[in-house]
Write a protein that binds this ligand. Structure first.
Ligand code: PHE
Length: 350
């Protein structure tokens, strides 16, 4: 710089500054430019401050030139800054633009869970057969879960239900079946009794495709004079026909439950192959639905019913199982797995 005259310095600054300002593509770059040339430590400012070092005769010309440069660059900066600011605003407006003519996004409508739907359907079927739907506690006493069902505390049958205990020594449990409601309902009413009890039950079991620690049952109980096993079979057959078609048949096989005598497990012939054997029934032609039987005299006695006067039937079926049969679901864990792709297949259009 020492070799440049004041005018040369002004021209040099001017040329570089204008070229650089032209090249500034963003607001940030323009602001940096302003600091570089016009700021308190900018080149123009430093030049004007350096005037006093010049020989007195050169100062007026250099001073005028310097001030003119300052004004020229200031005006150039104003223009460029305004240009870039409006371009910036345009860009942001375009980026954030909302097309008000686009159709709105549809909200996802919820739908009943397939298990809830099956419970509703069963309640309707049984309502037409004269059964009332009632609900009971999931946290239950051992008294209702076992004792009232003819399962005394030292009886090995207790081990059949892999019980989740809530307290020690085990007076409070998560109900292992919906059967405790048999006694609760009978204690509250005089015969005739006709109820179904849907709800969650809990078992301490290793999970696999057909076992979960929580699932749903639907209990049925009918007590009156002259109720027989034929009523039980007819009731279950009617339910199977409503669910799976008019051709369905019910099979009883001997089974043991302490609260029924005689006791059975019951199955429906496979609707898919009409009992010939297929993938869904695993070649057997039958689909297991649950346990049933005639209410044990001890159970009637425990709630103050006279077994000489009254008789009844009871059954308990797995609700998930019914959905699995009807919809060909092959893994029980899908129901509580919360995978929307699975659940959406059951959602009915509103
Ligand atoms: N409570 C039994 C179970 O969960 C099923 C059942 C209910 C059996 C009613 C007979 C009568 O295994």
């Amino acid at each position: 710089m020492a070799t440049m005259t004041a005018q040369e310095t002004i021209d040099d600054i001017r040329q570089r500054a204008l070229a650089q300002l032209d090249a500034a593509a963003t607001l940030d770059e323009a602001i940096a430019w302003e600091r570089e040339f016009l700021g308190s430590r900018g080149e123009v400012t430093l030049f004007l401050r350096g005037l006093s070092a010049l020989p007195p005769e050169e100062r007026p010309v250099a001073g005028r030139g310097g001030n003119a440069l300052k004004q020229e660059l200031g005006a150039a900066w104003e223009r460029r800054h305004a240009e870039l600011a409006s371009a910036d605003l345009e860009r942001r407006l375009a980026d954030d633009a909302v097309d008000v003519t686009l159709p709105g996004r549809p909200t996802d409508l919820g739908a009943a869970h397939p298990v809830s739907e099956m419970i509703d359907e069963l309640s309707e079927i049984f309502a037409l057969l004269g059964f009332q739907t009632v609900f009971g506690p999931e946290v239950e006493t051992a008294h209702y879960n076992f004792d009232q069902l003819n399962i005394p505390s030292e009886h090995p049958a207790r081990d059949v239900w892999d019980t989740i205990h809530v307290d020690l020594p085990g007076e409070i449990v998560l109900r292992t079946h919906t059967s405790p409601m048999q006694a609760r309902v009978m204690e509250q009413t005089e015969p005739p009794v006709r109820v179904v009890v849907p709800g969650r039950v809990y078992r301490y079991e290793a999970q696999d495709a057909s076992h979960e620690w929580m699932f749903h049952q639907l209990e049925g109980l009918a007590v009156d004079r002259n109720i027989t096993m034929a009523d039980l079979k007819g009731t279950l057959a009617e339910m199977a026909r409503q669910l799976f078609g008019a051709e369905r048949r019910i099979r009883f096989r001997c089974d043991f439950f302490p609260f029924v005598e005689p006791g059975v497990d019951f199955a429906v012939d496979c609707a898919l192959c009409s009992g010939k054997g297929c993938r869904v029934c695993k070649g057997s032609g039958w689909l297991e639905m649950g346990g049933a039987g005639m209410v044990h005299p001890n159970v009637l006695r425990a709630v103050g019913y006279d077994p000489e006067v009254y008789s009844g039937f009871a059954f308990g079926l797995g609700v998930e199982r019914l959905v699995m049969m009807r919809s060909g679901v092959d893994d029980l864990r899908a129901f509580a797995g919360n995978d929307l792709r699975f659940l959406r297949q059951f959602a009915r259009a509103a």
